[in-house]
Every structure is written in structure tokens, then in C-alpha cells.
Write a protein that binds this ligand. Structure first.
Ligand SMILES: Nc1ncnc2c1ncn2[C@@H]1O[C@H](COP(=O)(O)OP(=O)(O)OP(=O)(O)O)[C@@H](O)[C@H]1O
Length: 524
């Protein structure tokens, strides 16, 4: 426990990422198995212990620590584990025997029962110094919370043994602490652990923005960038798992998709919700949001918002790892693979057929599908590599849509903006010349512009309703938004997604602002 406790103590007082990395690297190189494996599990939050409850800690304190002193010190120290560690009285005489190892401590914590927890913990605390007591209590009560992310700990392990962090990430998911096979591989005494019969997550390949550059379509293939959620679906040894961008297992939220994927392999694609009228076509992101963040999915939810995946890469075909192959070869394999899947749940993401970049630009500008967010450009000769690598994948988002609207009401902001009228409701004209609200925005302008609009609101107020002022309908704001959908909440029948102020159009008379009808035509 001593070396691990010293590591935690140093990590707490170290700020820089590189300095933290070095501390963990040094620890891993100096510590034998299985202690370093348990330490990694503790740092990463992978210990999976039954967890000591606050009531058991209270019982511990009542037995051995002065409760008044505890309360006073707790307020000062701010952390229960640290306070108990500091105040725990040293036993007299000192207990004999070998020092407690982290492996022995974890083993004891794993087998704690509800009734014996305080006594077993007390016996261990008696054998430890205050730094070690802190480490033990932190492990016993849950997450360490010492500012070390799982990624940082894995990076340290990779650095310690000269490995690539993504290679470590990849084998990680199939392993359990104390990771004996991982350390054997890292030290060159064992094979790379393979997860042949476990559906593990593989790090996603990501993109850079294209910015103002152009690429040669002889070197890059263009695909639509679908506006859904990235998923990786793995089927191995009869099990299927869906993983999100962050590697989280989201199988539970999409049982309909998981149940439909039973072909051994690993696909990468965009999860979307079916649009109602067009059958296989995708609905806007708005519909997908209905399925997101739900722990349980009702049958009605599954029926109303059926999910499907637009597949754009094939990482494994059965057990064969295709990632080292160039994109063009993976694409051929993908085109042969997708027809073997349930067509109701999986379709192939289309490659855009454009002869030149200029033609692609025109195709992109003309895209009207609600689920299209832009274009992806993928280097044809590139392998599939986890993370964001320069020059391999680019995203080229569609320009946002804009409309010229008239300010109708203004409201004070919050925080730094609380003394300004900074939140604006704006509207567009009906055929009968009536102004109807179509949205609300409060971002996109500079501090100077905010002061100008605040001045306008104060000088042109028509009426006040609590914190809201109705203003003269003369200020035109150009509003940018990502998409428009139908809304029963607004009298105008439309609502914008992500509206923000693009420009203040003092050059435009209010009468020339856009019509509601124009917005209705953009509804997706
Ligand atoms: N055909 C496609 N090929 C690859 N990625 C696609 C495709 N269609 C949609 N995407 C999405 O675009 C993203 C590519 O951009 P990036 O790698 O920067 O991820 P991101 O940060 O999630 O991007 P953003 O938030 O801009 O969508 C992918 O993560 C994926 O979710």
C-alpha cells in the first residue's frame, strides 16, 4: 500500500499532465504484479468493489474517532476519507507482521460483508500510516477523484512500456484487473491479449474540419455526413454490443438495432431514426433526440422512433481485422457485407458521385435531406486508425441556413449579461402583414453589439411585462440556424434548431424581413 498511497498523495498535489504521467509511469515500472494491476484498476475506476456505505464509515468513526473532532476537522479538510485517515489513532502496541499490500487490501475490500465491514476496515487501518489509510478509504468508498482520467492512466501505461496508447485502449476492454496478460504483453513476455470471444470496442477514426482547403477527388472519396449519433456495433460469439463515440456501451438504449445485428463483425456508422413518410429515409436529429438519454425504451418509443444505422465502415469481417486495409478496399468489403444485414435496420451510406471538387460543392449546396449535415472526405488509401489524424478524414459541414427576422421582445440575460437586454424573441411576416414569433436567440453577438441592441431596446420600448419589454418592430436580425421543424407550440407553426444571431441588419427595413411562409418551405 505504501507506494500506491505515495503515488496518490503526489498526484493530488501535481497539476501538469506530463508531471502526472511521469508519476504513474515511475510507479508502474517500480511495482510488481499484481499490485500495479490493482493500482491501475483503482486509478481507472475499474475495481468494481461492493462499496462501503456512509453508515459503515460512521460506525467506524464512532468506534475510534472523537465525533466532535471529526465534524470540526471534516469542515476544514473537506473530505471524509482524508479526515478519518488523519484522525485515526495509532494502535499501541504497533501491529506486527508484513506491511499490507494493495492486492491484499483489494482482496479484503472485495469480500467485505455488510456486518463485518467496520471491524475489517478498522483492523486494516490499524496497520497503515495516514497516507495509506487515505488510499484505502478512497478505494473503499468509491471513485478516487484525484484528477486522473482513465485515458491518462492508459497513456502512462503505454509510455512506461513503449506501446501505442490506442493499442492499449483496444485490448483493455476485453480484460479484467489485475490485467496479468496485459503486463506480460507490455513487458514482452506474453502475446498481445486478444479478445477473440468478447465484443470489444475499437477506438473510432475521427475527422478534422476542411476549413478553406480543397482536396483532389482522385485521392479522396466523398460521402454524406449524416446528422445522427456515431455507433460501433460488434457481434462476436453470439453477443452484440453497441458502443457510442466515447466507448460507452449503449446497447440498452437501442435493443431494436442490437437484436437485428447477428453477423460476426464490427461495423461503424451513424445511428438515425426513420422518417415517417419516406420509409427508409432518416428523420431530422430532432426525432433522434426522443430516443437519446433514455434508460429504458418503451414499446411505443420503439414503434414511434424506429432506429436504424447508416453503415460507412467495416472494421472486422468475422474475425478478420480489416483496419490495416486502405479505405477503398474496406469499402468494397463493406459493400459486400451490408446486403447480408437486415435491410430494415441497416443501409449503406452512399458515396457521392462527383467528377470535380466544384461539382461536389454544388451537390453539397443543393442537399435538402434533413439528416444531411454536410460532406465527409476520406482518403482512399488510408487505413482505419483510431483518433483524429491529419489528412485522412475531413468533415465539411453545410453552411447554416439564415433568415432575416424582426426583433419583437427583449429580456434581460443572466450572469454577466444580467444588466443587459440580451435575449431576443424575433418574428417573420405572415401573408397578411402580421409579425409572428419564430424563435429566440441570445448568442452570436459581440459585447459592443450587445450594448448597441440593449440601447435600442431601452429607447424603443412599447410595453413592459415584468422582465420582458416589447419593442418597436424596426430592428432586423439575421438569424442563422441548423434546421427548421414544424411546431405546434408556436403560432407560426415552425421552430428553429440552434438559432443564433449572425448579423444585425441595420441596413434592412423591417418590412423586407423574411416571411413565415419562406421558413415553412424549409421544414424538414
Ligand atoms: N459518412 C460518414 N462517415 C464518417 N463519419 C460520419 C459520416 N456521417 C456522419 N458522420 C459523423 O461525423 C463525425 C465526424 O466528425 P468528427 O470525427 O470530428 O466527430 P464529431 O466531433 O462527433 O463531429 P461533429 O460534432 O462535427 O459531428 C463522426 O464522428 C460521425 O458521427
Amino acid at each position: 500500500m505504501h507506494a500506491f498511497a505515495a503515488l496518490l498523495d503526489s498526484l493530488i498535489y501535481t497539476r501538469g499532465r506530463n508531471a502526472k504521467l511521469k508519476l504513474i509511469v515511475d510507479y508502474l515500472l517500480a511495482t510488481p504484479d499484481p499490485d500495479r494491476g490493482w493500482a491501475m484498476a483503482a486509478l481507472i475506476g475499474d475495481l468494481d468493489l461492493p462499496g462501503v456505505k456512509p453508515a459503515q464509515i460512521r460506525a467506524l468513526i464512532e468506534a475510534r474517532v472523537d465525533p466532535v473532532l471529526f465534524r470540526m476537522s471534516r469542515d476544514y479538510v473537506g473530505d471524509t476519507a482524508e479526515t478519518v485517515a488523519l484522525l485515526w489513532p495509532a494502535p499501541i502496541p504497533a501491529p506486527a507482521g508484513a506491511p499490507l499490500s494493495i492486492s491484499a487490501a483489494v482482496d479484503a475490500l472485495r469480500h467485505l460483508s455488510r456486518s463485518d465491514a467496520p471491524a475489517v476496515l478498522a483492523a486494516m487501518l490499524d496497520r497503515l500510516d495516514s497516507e495509506e489509510r487515505f488510499a484505502l478509504l478512497k478505494m473503499a468508498t468509491g471513485a478516487l477523484r484525484i484528477g486522473v482520467s482513465a485515458r491518462l492512466a492508459k497513456t502512462a501505461l503505454a509510455q512506461a512500456f513503449g506501446l501505442d496508447v490506442d493499442a492499449v485502449e483496444e485490448v483493455w476492454h476485453g480484460l479484467t484487473p489485475p490485467y496479468a496478460s496485459l503486463f506480460a504483453w507490455a513487458e514482452g513476455t506474453g502475446e498481445q491479449p486478444t479478445a477473440a470471444d468478447v465484443p470489444v470496442f475499437r477506438p473510432f477514426m475521427l475527422a478534422h474540419g476542411l476549413e478553406d482547403a480543397q482536396v483532389d477527388l482522385a485521392d479522396y472519396a466523398a460521402e454524406w455526413k449524416w446528422d445522427g449519433i456515431r455507433v460501433q456495433i460488434v457481434h462476436v460469439a453470439g453477443q452484440t454490443r453497441l458502443y457510442s463515440r466515447t466507448g460507452d456501451d449503449v446497447t440498452g438504449s437501442f435493443p431494436d438495432v442490437a437484436a437485428a445485428f447477428s453477423t460476426p463483425g464490427t461495423i461503424d456508422g451513424e445511428l438515425l431514426v426513420k422518417g415517417d413518410a419516406q420509409g427508409g429515409e432518416a428523420a431530422s436529429f430532432n426525432a433522434l433526440q426522443q430516443r437519446l438519454g433514455r434508460k429504458t425504451v418503451s414499446a411505443k418509443m420503439l414503434a414511434d422512433y424506429p432506429a436504424f444505422v447508416r453503415v460507412y465502415d467495416l472494421l472486422f469481417d468475422g474475425g478478420e481485422d480489416l483496419r490495416p486495409l486502405p479505405w477503398s478496399e474496406r469499402r468494397q468489403r463493406l459493400e459486400a457485407f451490408v446486403p447480408r444485414l437486415d435491410p430494415d435496420r441497416f443501409d449503406l451510406s452512399q458515396v457521392i458521385d462527383a467528377a470535380s471538387f466544384t461539382e461536389l460543392e454544388a451537390i453539397r449546396a443543393g442537399a435538402r435531406d434533413a439528416a444531411i449535415e454536410g460532406v465527409m472526405l476520406k482518403r482512399r488509401d488510408s487505413p482505419y486508425v483510431g483518433g483524429r489524424r491529419a489528412g485522412l478524414w475531413y468533415k465539411w459541414k453545410r453552411d447554416p441556413l439564415t433568415a432575416d427576422c424582426v426583433m419583437m421582445y427583449a429580456q434581460r440575460g443572466s450572469g454577466r449579461r444580467s444588466s443587459y437586454y440580451s435575449d431576443y424573441t424575433f418574428g417573420c411576416w405572415t401573408e397578411d402583414g402580421e409579425l409572428l414569433p419564430v424563435g429566440k436567440a441570445y448568442s452570436g453577438i459581440t459585447d459592443e453589439e450587445l450594448k448597441m441592441l440593449d440601447g435600442f431596446v431601452r429607447r424603443h420600448t412599447l410595453a413592459r411585462f415584468g422582465p420582458v419589454r416589447e419593442v418597436e418592430k424596426t430592428m432586423v436580425l439575421e438569424i442563422a440556424f441548423d434546421s427548421i421543424h414544424g411546431s405546434t407550440r408556436h403560432k407560426s407553426g415552425v421552430a428553429m434548431r440552434f438559432p443564433r444571431i449572425a448579423r444585425i441588419r441595420t441596413d434592412k427595413p423591417a418590412a423586407e424581413a423574411d416571411r413565415v411562409e419562406t421558413l415553412r418551405r424549409l421544414v424538414t
